[in-house]
Design a protein around this ligand. Structure first.
Ligand code: NAP
Ligand code: MG
Length: 403
């Protein structure tokens, strides 16, 4: 069989620990035998970040902006223990944070559904994708404890010195105060990313805030989404036959639990943080969750939603067998290859991505899976495979399929 040819390179961001081990297996067993892979490789492994003073992370983000599509392996975000373990020059920032700040995007997380790993919510038949605004609000809030009676005020001083002042509360006892903010450009780019992604997926977009209570703050989010919809995306939505639906956050939560899925749920930062963990657990497993960063400028970065699976890596280093689930990382590759195929008009690349995803799902549905899934599956007597065994089983299934 001739290998599939590519036109534009994929930006390949390698990472750390167990996922770095899986990365190589996936490339060797599932990608390189079928595709004449064109990639621009960046090693975001912690040692390489340290060697380059983290310049490699910035270079990889620039490459993503040049070529438009990147696939990223999970990476360590160093803490004090990692600084010691890797003898680092400093405690580098999270690569995802650095990349996100440069590409200016929204993170979309969607579960991969297979028969035999059943959602805890009976009505969910299709994936629900969470789009989390990852800027500001409570994550950048300023907080204060007040020790006793006094007046708390909100003061804004404009550049030309004019003060606007509002009383927050007249305290007659100890208490707490919090000040949070967001900025219009970030809210607008969040809205644009969500509308663009919904169009691309052909799925309805839901957005919810607490605008009835938060009449200026949350209402601004609601207004910006509505403006963008009316001025830019309405026609395209109607043409695609999809809808934009705004409701209150509590109404949205109630509706989500009764829905059958198949839509994108845009969430403010805190709601997205909380709801994405609820969704991923209810759908089965973090190892079955895809994640893509979509920037309003049209850049895409695909990755797995989980981390580097450190505990398994230490077992691997001791020469023990691991049963680490590679599904989300495989789907990061297929997502990126499919997008590259779309942008460069290479149907064979898109079909390959579809076939590889189908092979993964068929393999699991035939009862062959890693330990994490075997623990929760409804399939009787599943075959538990080790990390490489599962990838080879997928290869086997793939070779029997046509694409
Ligand atoms: P983690 O790598 O997500 O793993 C936490 C636990 O979840 C594992 O110990 C394992 O449970 C289970 N798990 C996660 N992924 C799995 C998979 N693919 N297959 C099987 N089991 C899986 O989180 P962590 O151990 O807290 O973090 C490790 C490192 O990852 C940290 O240094 C952190 O900075 C980094 N991180 C990176 C990203 C990213 O790059 N996007 C995201 C999150 C964390 P059992 O041990 O019970 O089997
Ligand atoms: Mg969280």
């Amino acid at each position: 069989m001739d290998k599939i040819q590519m036109k534009t390179p994929l930006v390949e961001m390698d990472g750390d620990e167990m996922t770095r081990v899986l990365w190589k297996m996936i490339k060797d067993d599932l990608i390189l035998p079928f595709i004449d892979l064109k990639s621009e490789y960046y090693d975001l492994g912690l040692e390489s970040r340290d060697k380059t003073d983290d310049k490699v992370t910035i270079d990889s983000a620039k490459a993503a902006m040049k070529y438009g599509v990147a696939v990223k392996c999970a990476t360590i975000t160093p803490n004090a223990a990692r600084v010691k373990e890797y003898n680092l020059k400093k405690m580098y920032k999270s690569p995802n944070g650095t990349i996100r700040a440069m590409l200016d995007g929204t993170v979309f997380r969607a579960p991969i559904l297979v028969k035999g790993i059943e959602p805890n919510v009976r009505t969910w038949k299709k994936p629900i994708t969470i789009a989390r605004h990852a800027y500001g609000d409570v994550y950048k809030a300023t907080e204060m404890k007040v020790s006793g009676p006094g007046k708390a005020e909100l003061v804004f001083t404009s550049e030309d010195g004019i003060e606007t002042r509002q009383t927050i509360f007249d305290f007659d006892c100890p208490g707490v105060i919090q000040g949070q903010y967001n900025i219009e450009p970030s809210i607008r780019s969040f809205a644009k990313s969500c509308f663009t992604y919904a169009l691309e997926k052909g799925e309805d977009l839901w957005f919810a805030t607490k605008d009835t209570i938060s009449k200026s703050y949350d209402h601004t989010f609601k207004d910006i989404f509505q403006e963008e919809y009316d001025n830019v995306y309405k026609d395209a939505f109607e043409k695609k036959g999809i809808t934009y639906f705004y409701t209150l956050i509590d109404d949205a939560v109630a509706r989500v639990m009764k829905s059958e899925g198949g839509f994108i749920w845009a969430c403010k930062n805190y709601d997205g943080d909380v709801m994405s963990d609820m969704l991923s657990s209810a759908f089965g497993s973090l190892a079955m969750m895809t994640s893509v960063l979509v920037s309003p400028h049209g850049y895409f970065e695909y990755e797995a939603a989980h981390g580097t699976v450190q505990r398994h890596y230490y077992k691997y280093l001791k020469g023990e067998k691991t049963s680490t689930n590679s599904v989300a990382t495989i789907f990061a590759w297929t997502g990126a290859l499919r997008k590259r195929g779309e942008l460069d008009n290479i149907p064979a690349l898109q079909s390959f991505a579809d076939a590889l995803e189908k092979a993964v799902i068929d393999t699991i549905e035939s009862g062959k899976m890693t330990g994490d899934l075997a623990r929760i599956t409804t399939i009787a007597d599943p075959t538990v495979l080790d990390s490489e065994g599962f990838i080879l089983a997928v290869r086997d299934t793939l070779e029997k399929e046509s694409f």
